[in-house]
Design a protein around this ligand. Structure first.
Ligand code: ARG
Length: 582
């Protein structure tokens, strides 16, 4: 049980001793800490239930509380609100307990297997800013859920299937018709061939080919045919497609590495498509498929729909599978191969209808048991100053690499030349840039849009990633300098700053739980800023290393190490790396 919960249970027992029973305690942190750190508001409710005057009830409760040496500064305000503070001895006890075992203060969840589908990068196409939030939020949720005790698998769900890749292969055929992939008589081993095409080439071919397909009907038709060949595993075409996936995947992995994003599964839409036959059979057997203009669709309307619900396109009239169908097949695959209790899709809010459709179709076909949770964890967009999704200066789509480079340029300017050497400058600036981007991205509530402001995000002051890194590095360096001092526990506290740190730390389990429930990291980002600010205030007010009172000095070192531990744990959840210096 968390310390705060334990405290609440004990307070309930105190109330009971005063003659009153409550089910949930009305304990609120106060914003006037000088009057009392918490406000206990139960007397007002109890007055109704017990038909007594609230002030009299409060008086009786206060009598009991006064006997409890964990509390001090107990007083009644207004009609019966009780102000109450934690005593110094109890505050020390709390801090020491957390320091000994941080995790015992965090309640583990019941066993559950969760698949988080995030990333969603598309093969042969540069990752762009739209992929940033999915990576950041998905990765952080994975780490958080895992820390809370769940079994979690992160799946990249690569966009490696469908027409765009057919066009890419077609365009390569037009550029290099002599390649053995297009030679019917070639009998060699394709996997031994090297392609004269790099990832950069692919990133250029993709938009070029898509454009041609838009403008030229016969190109579109050819592209369709090539797509079918790939999907039917036709020798040569299929092998070239595999090669393209391989080249592109390596680059995609590099970008995700930069973002400290690690997937357990690198499955793609094409892996899911292998389950299509089986999926089709289930839908046929349940008589869910309806013929419509040569295509097969699934009707999804429900009685209480407020907005029209379009049918799901199951198989297109030309026989190819839709994006919806690959997602349904992926659910079947996940059920069969991993049997998860929950699947979370960390995907842009603009795909809300898509997920509503596939969830409805999944339920209708009973692809998973009714109690399996399917959730679209949607998010808002990162916008430019004009309020529209962030673009490059000339209005193009900003690649993720370009965006990272932009922020890195900014953080590079702010590294201290006295501490950071030439040879390490680059990698440190990268760590700082990623943390700037991640923190700014995770700070607003998940579904809220936000505006990209590179100077603000990179600032060493304020609610930013660099501020947190800088402060955490400073804690570490203080601890290093204090290595010779045998500091075991907190024996003494001096001022308000330490008290604020303790009260903030008490909220940690609640914050982690809320973050997991809301699947938004904003409370964690706020919490770590709050804690760090209180610590920095303490740091500015006290000279730990030269403090002459040894008990106080040891206590401060332990306090620093506790805050440092919490910070590193939370920064790690957010996917931010703390460099040695900056
Ligand atoms: N590749 C898709 C896109 O770029 C995102 C995939 C999201 N995940 C999913 N299971 N549909 O839009």
């Amino acid at each position: 049980m968390s310390i705060l919960k334990e405290l609440i249970e004990d307070l309930k027992a105190d109330l009971k001793q005063a003659g009153y029973e409550v089910e949930t305690l009305a304990l609120e942190p106060s914003n006037r800490r000088d009057l009392g750190e918490y406000q206990l508001n139960d007397a007002m409710q109890l007055a109704k239930a017990y038909h007594e005057n609230p002030r009299e009830i409060a008086t009786k409760i206060v009598k009991v509380l006064e006997e409890d040496n964990r509390f001090e500064n107990i007083n009644i305000a207004g009609p019966g609100f009780i102000n109450i503070s934690l005593s110094d001895s109890y505050t020390k006890e709390i801090l020491n307990r957390m320091n000994q075992d941080l995790f015992s203060n965090i309640e583990k969840k019941e066993k559950k297997k969760i698949i988080i589908d995030y990333g969603g990068a598309n093969v042969a196409k540069a990752l762009h800013v739209g992929h940033l939030r999915s990576a950041n939020i998905g990765e952080a949720l994975k780490r958080l859920a895992r820390m809370m005790g769940y079994e979690v698998l992160g799946d990249a769900h690569l966009g490696d299937y469908g027409r765009p890749l057919g066009f890419v292969v077609l365009e390569i055929q037009k550029m290099y018709p002599e390649l053995p992939y297009f030679d019917k008589d070639y009998t060699g081993d394709f996997s031994e061939l090297t392609l004269p095409i790099t990832n950069e080439d692919l990133e250029k071919i993709y938009p070029l080919a898509s454009q041609k397909a838009k403008e030229d009907e016969s190109y579109l038709e050819e592209g369709r045919e090539v797509t079918n060949k790939i999907q039917n595993h036709e020798r040569g075409y299929y092998d070239l497609w595999k090669k393209i996936v391989e080249i592109s995947k390596e680059d995609i992995k590099n970008v995700y590495d930069l973002l400290n994003t690690e997937f357990d599964l690198w499955l793609g839409e094409s892996d899911a498509a292998e389950y299509f036959e089986e999926l089709n059979q289930i839908f046929e057997e349940k008589e869910l498929l309806v013929e419509s203009e040569g295509a097969k669709i699934v009707h999804l309307e429900e009685e209480n729909d407020k907005a029209p619900m379009p049918p799901l396109l199951f198989v297109k009239s030309n026989g190819t599978l839709s994006y919806e169908t690959t997602d349904l097949a992926a659910i079947l695959q996940r059920k069969k191969e991993y049997n998860p209790d929950e699947i979370w899709y960390v995907v842009d809010n603009r795909q809300g209808l898509h997920f509503e459709q596939i969830f409805r179709a999944t339920r209708k076909a009973k692809l998973v048991d009714d109690n399996v949770v399917l959730e679209h964890v949607g998010f808002g967009t990162m916008n430019g100053k004009d309020g529209k999704p962030f673009k490059t200066r000339d209005g193009g789509v900003m690649s993720l690499k370009g965006l990272i480079a932009l922020v890195k340029e900014e953080t590079l300017k702010r590294l201290s030349p006295e501490t950071v050497g030439e040879e390490e400058k680059d990698s440190i600036a990268m760590d700082v840039a990623i943390s700037a981007l991640k923190y700014a991205d995770l700070l607003p509530y998940r579904e809220t849009d936000y505006v990209f402001e590179v100077e603000k995000f990179s600032d060493l002051e304020g609610k930013t990633g660099p501020y947190l890194l800088y402060s955490t590095i400073r804690m570490k360096s203080l601890l290093k300098k204090a290595e010779g001092i045998d500091a075991k526990e907190i024996q003494k506290l001096k001022g308000e700053a330490e008290k604020n740190i303790a009260l903030t730390l008490l909220e940690l389990p609640t914050v982690l739980n809320h973050a997991l429930e809301s699947k938004s990291l904003s409370e964690i980002t706020e919490f770590i800023y709050q804690l760090t600010s209180y610590y920095n205030k303490f740091y500015a007010e006290n000279k730990v290393l030269t403090e002459e009172d040894k008990e106080l000095q040891e206590s401060w070192i332990v306090l620093t190490s506790l805050v440092y531990k919490v910070n590193t744990m939370l920064l790690d959840i957010l996917g931010m790396k703390v460099p040695e210096k900056m």
